[in-house]
Design a binder for this molecule. Structure first.
Ligand SMILES: [Fe+2]
Ligand SMILES: [Fe+2]
Length: 250
């Protein structure tokens, strides 16, 4: 079963993040409508299949590695534009966040390489795709730090759901190689929860006086969902044989 949205809300409130009603309504509307792909039942089943095929799992980890690394670069670049005394030391938090994401990029890459020996052109194709994404971001970013933290927070919600799903699957696999994978995922999960909490704290504060931020939050929820669906399609077409297996269960 995919993780329930209430678990996420409970986790944040247990960590002192008292989310405004506007946030809770927006996230509830999107997650419970089934349109936030990261916590869908279909996505969870897809992950179950993925863990049965080391090449596909490794490929997914390679993609995570590239996304974590480019995300880290984006956060580090944006942090460098934030004055050091702005928003209660947000710059320092973002710098530490970026270094966590760089580390996740390295961890996913190591795990991918242990699962399968990928040809270098496959790796560079993924890196090219993510560096295009960074160029696109650089063109569009207009220095709005609140919107940026809002998007980042949504990225963390997505990571939270994905990691909950992966860990719950890895827990039930007896093969020794999944013990290492599970241990790695749990370390990353701990970091992602920290990111979720600090960005959630800022959003809680900012949303009190900024209704446009809540509108942006809702809009980005569907953008992140489209990205999850895009990833799902890439993964399914990666291995035709795998895709045939998966289409039988989704
Ligand atoms: Fe990460
Ligand atoms: Fe993160």
């Amino acid at each position: 079963m995919p993780t329930d949205l209430n678990d996420l809300l409970d986790l944040m409130s247990s960590q002192g993040v008292h989310l405004p009603q506007t946030y809770v309504s927006a996230v509830t509307e999107v997650c419970f409508s089934g349109s936030f792909a990261a916590n869908s039942e279909a996505q969870h089943r897809l992950h179950g299949r993925m863990f049965q095929d080391p090449r596909v799992l490794g490929y997914r980890f390679l993609r995570h590695s590239a996304h974590e690394t480019i995300g880290a670069r984006i956060i580090a670049d944006v942090a460098a534009q934030v004055p050091s005394d702005a928003h209660d030391g947000i710059r320092e938090k973002m710098e530490s966040h970026a270094s966590d994401e760089f580390r996740h990029g390295r961890m996913f890459k190591t795990a991918a390489e242990r699962l399968f020996e990928f040809p270098s052109d496959e790796i560079s194709k993924i890196q090219k795709e993510t560096s295009d994404h960074k160029q696109d971001f650089d063109k569009k970013f207009q220095g709005n730090i609140k919107n940026f933290i809002c998007s980042t927070h949504l990225g963390e919600i997505r990571s939270y759901f994905l990691l909950e799903s992966y860990i719950s699957i890895a827990k039930n696999l007896s093969d020794q190689k999944f013990h290492q994978v599970k241990a790695m995922l749990e370390v990353i999960y701990g970091d992602e929860v920290r990111h979720l909490i600090y960005t959630g704290n800022y959003l809680t504060e900012w949303m009190k006086n900024d209704s446009t931020l809540c509108e942006f939050f809702k809009k980005m929820l569907s953008v992140y969902s489209d990205e999850s669906n895009h990833e799902k399609r890439i993964l399914m077409s990666y291995n035709q044989n795998y895709a045939n297996n998966v289409s039988a269960i989704i």
